[in-house]
Design a protein around this ligand. Structure first.
Ligand code: SF4
Ligand code: SF4
Length: 151
């Protein structure tokens, strides 16, 4: 495996029906809700550099804008200062799942989400081994690398 692939997570595009077998929760870089309840995208990621539309962990040639997102999203205020991750090989977009999203992405606007309560739902594309591989219980405003816009 090349160094640039070290941080690879499952981010392949999924068909309209969940893949068989489903991915496990531990494989899809699932993160819970942003503390402020917003949908996730580069504009609320600590690793975004808004002045240059770059991302700290991707090559400088990779365009990251307010409305893109990848699986390495880290909630926080974007930085335009001297933030560098020395000795880290750049992550490739095909590994990070970098993609355009309209209004931020969250489970609640993912085609695999099935709402069960105000802020909770089950994901038909991700299994939870700790729950006998049931559809994973997820936050409506969580997100994982399998996110696909709802129809
Ligand atoms: S591309 Fe990913 S890691 Fe980079 S700023 Fe956007 S969400 Fe954050
Ligand atoms: S609903 Fe979508 S974003 Fe949420 S865990 Fe499932 S596949 Fe990932």
């Amino acid at each position: 495996m090349s160094r640039s692939n070290r941080l690879q997570v499952w981010s392949g595009s999924a068909p309209s029906e969940p893949a068989v077998p489903r991915a496990n929760l531990s494989e899809v870089a699932y993160t819970g809700a942003n503390p402020d309840g917003t949908g996730k995208n580069c504009k609320n990621c600590f690793l975004w550099r808004p002045a240059s539309n770059e991302c700290t962990i991707h090559e400088a040639s990779v365009v990251a804008v307010a409305t893109t997102i990848c699986s390495y999203h880290v909630f926080g205020a974007p930085q335009d200062g001297e933030l560098t991750l020395q000795n880290l090989s750049p992550v490739q977009p095909e590994c990070s799942g970098l993609k355009q999203v309209k209004d931020g992405s969250a489970c609640q606007n993912c085609r695999f989400f099935r709402k069960i309560a105000q802020l909770d739902g089950r994901c038909i594309a991700v299994a939870d081994p700790d729950e006998n591989n049931a559809d994973a219980l997820v936050s409506a405003i969580g997100r994982c690398s399998r996110w696909l816009e709802a129809f």
